[in-house]
Design a protein. Structure first.
Length: 325
């Protein structure tokens, strides 16, 4: 091995994949196959089984016999998805962390393109790609993050701010590979933020350190009718409580620098229908009430309304036309 090759091997960053699972035996093979058949192999794949009652453990153990890098941790009782993700963070050893849902899949080349870009830009908090969203109930499929750029790149916090202010930035959470130290600095996956914990971690870390972006659709997020994502966002009272805690966190001194960029760019527009009411409810949240936020929030709500209202064949064309951020 040449000295140059040895240097590349020695400095190659390591990746841990952490997958929380509860009764997703039907989806696990596709998820694990997509992760394990990547050209860039992770250091480990940790599956946290949350006391499943189906044959999930049998499926996982089958993969363990074939792939020594797969590890299983079984909870004696059901603890919930955020507990499992944070537990896996403690068990993982990689410099970088990726946590797909058990029903998500990644495309060939996802790890290689993302990790090579992160290796060239070690200052970045994370890498993301264009995200593929598939909604089971409607059959719709669309892509998010197309406005971030046309070439693989590193975006500084200032460049992210300009993209966000112009309505072009989108960090698709299911495509994010976090640098471990930056994730910890952002507070990890804060349980009280529930369904917004991925958003908070990605945007706080990103607006501190910048992000890498790969302009290819390399990860698929499946929106299932009974999923945590779908059920949780349908609870107005619970959603308001989470938003209040999120704003309270952003007002703390330790988050002041990224939260200023978040506020001035209107980055919170995507956080649900109760957002504006929560901001107006307390004077200390007034700095988040900005023209970019109002403009993007109203446009986002209009797009969602149109998606629900239109016939499916028209809806597909509508999504292609309007979901270009």
């Amino acid at each position: 091995m040449s000295d140059a090759t040895a240097t590349i091997v020695e400095t190659r960053p390591t990746l841990s994949v952490i997958i929380p699972n509860f009764n997703h035996a039907h989806f696990l093979p596709a998820c694990l196959d997509s992760v394990l058949n990547q050209s860039w192999q992770p250091e480990e794949v940790i599956v946290i089984d949350d006391a499943s009652t189906d044959n999930s453990v049998e499926v996982i153990e089958g993969f363990m016999r074939k792939y020594p890098l797969v590890r299983l941790h079984r909870n004696p009782e059901n603890r919930g998805i955020l507990y499992n993700i944070n537990l896996a963070r403690e068990l993982a050893h990689g410099d970088y962390l990726y946590h797909p849902a058990a029903d998500d899949t990644v495309m060939p080349g996802f790890f290689e393109t993302s990790m090579q870009l992160l290796a060239r830009h070690p200052q970045a908090a994370l890498s993301c790609t264009v995200g593929i969203w598939t909604e089971e109930s409607s059959g719709y499929q669309w892509q998010m993050g197309l406005g971030n750029g046309s070439e693989p790149c590193y975006l500084t916090p200032d460049q992210m701010f300009e993209l966000e202010r112009n309505g072009r930035l989108y960090i698709a959470a299911h495509t994010v590979i976090f640098r471990r130290v930056c994730l910890a600095e952002a507070g990890g996956f804060i349980p009280e933020l529930k369904w917004y914990t991925d958003w908070f971690a990605a945007y706080v870390a990103g607006f501190r350190h910048g992000v890498c972006f790969v302009p290819e659709p390399l990860a698929r997020f499946n929106i299932l009718p009974a999923s945590y994502y779908t059920r949780s966002r349908a609870e107005p009272r619970g959603n308001r409580e989470v938003l209040e805690h999120l704003l309270e966190l952003l007002n703390r001194p330790e988050y002041r620098e990224p939260s200023d960029r978040i506020a001035r760019s209107g980055a919170m527009y995507q956080l649900g229908p109760g957002l504006l009411g929560v901001i107006r409810s307390r004077s200390e949240y007034g700095r988040f009430w900005t023209t970019p936020l109002l403009r993007k929030y109203l446009w986002h709500r209009f797009r969602l309304f149109g998606k629900r209202l239109l016939p499916k064949w028209v809806g597909r064309l509508y999504l292609m036309a309007f979901y270009k951020n």
